[in-house]
Write a protein of this length. Structure first.
Length: 282
């Protein structure tokens, strides 16, 4: 998870942003309580979206409260938590742990291995409750690692690994909504992967790292091609979202899906445009 699935703050109502932030703080608090600071560090906006989506769909009883933290030491912040928050905290830790282990095996990054060890030590009792999901997540990460080693340039194939991971995360229960949640998660996961690869392509080129766009990113029309891919992925995800009977938090979720997820793409494009203009002036 990379933090791309977030709100467009200028376009959201104050009351809705306060609600969003209370779930974000609730997930942060849950991670701290379950896995300490190592778990708290793994917090992402992406998983906050999952909390809101599944809470809006299943409407579980939600506990309200207030909490102080390092970021807000003086004034206690509103916090909302429920069984979905607990599930998403576990998924957050599982994804962070196996991503770190994958990075360690591929690139031998000591920090990643050390962080993974901390997550396993603090969160193993919670991680043990999802053997089927863990198996599928590990398979997807293994396939992704294989594609990267092969230098695979088929973006749809590579991004599909991320899609399969997000699909497992959204499949909270085996019920009538599972097919739509899985399909939504699959395309949203592909969207996240493509946007992340687009974001990192220049850095990856400089560092000699894998990126499926290395052969294309300097070509004319590259940004337009990325936009088309992202539109296709998000259209499929939103089509499945609209099939779900989500009323509670619906305005927040639509702000994220139809607006918020594009903020990073636009920011990346604007930054690159400014850098190119500076290069021309030099």
């Amino acid at each position: 998870m990379f933090g791309y699935v977030t709100v467009n703050k200028p376009e959201i109502k104050f009351k809705d942003f306060d609600m969003y932030r209370s779930f974000y703080c609730g997930l942060c608090r849950e991670l701290r309580e379950r896995c300490g600071i190592p778990g708290q560090i793994s917090l992402t906006y992406d998983m906050t979206f999952v909390v809101l989506l599944l809470s809006g769909l299943y409407e579980p009883p939600t506990r309200k409260g207030k909490s102080r933290c390092v970021v807000h030491p003086l004034k206690a912040q509103p916090v909302r938590k429920n069984e979905i928050t607990e599930y998403c905290a576990d998924m957050n830790v599982i994804l962070s742990y196996y991503k770190c282990m994958d990075d360690w095996q591929d690139e031998r990054k000591p920090f990643r291995y050390a962080y993974a060890a901390l997550l396993k030590n603090t969160g193993k009792k919670y991680m043990s409750g999802y053997p089927e999901k863990i198996c599928k997540i590990r398979e997807a990460l293994s396939d992704l690692s294989g594609f990267e080693k092969q230098g695979e340039t088929d973006v749809d194939l590579v991004a599909g690994c991320s899609g399969r991971i997000m699909e497992e995360v959204l499949a909270f229960r085996k019920d009538m909504w599972e097919p739509s949640l899985r399909r939504m998660g699959f395309y949203l996961g592909k969207f996240i992967y493509i946007l992340d690869a687009y974001d990192d392509v220049e850095k990856d080129a400089e560092n000699g790292n894998y990126n499926p766009f290395l052969e294309k990113y300097k070509m004319e029309g590259f940004e337009d091609e990325i936009r088309r891919m992202l539109v296709m992925m998000l259209s499929e995800a939103c089509r499945e979202f609209e099939k779900l009977p989500v009323i509670r938090y619906g305005d927040i979720l639509r702000n994220i899906l139809y607006s918020g997820v594009w903020c990073r793409f636009m920011a990346i494009g604007q930054k690159r445009k400014q850098e190119r203009e500076k290069e021309k002036q030099c």
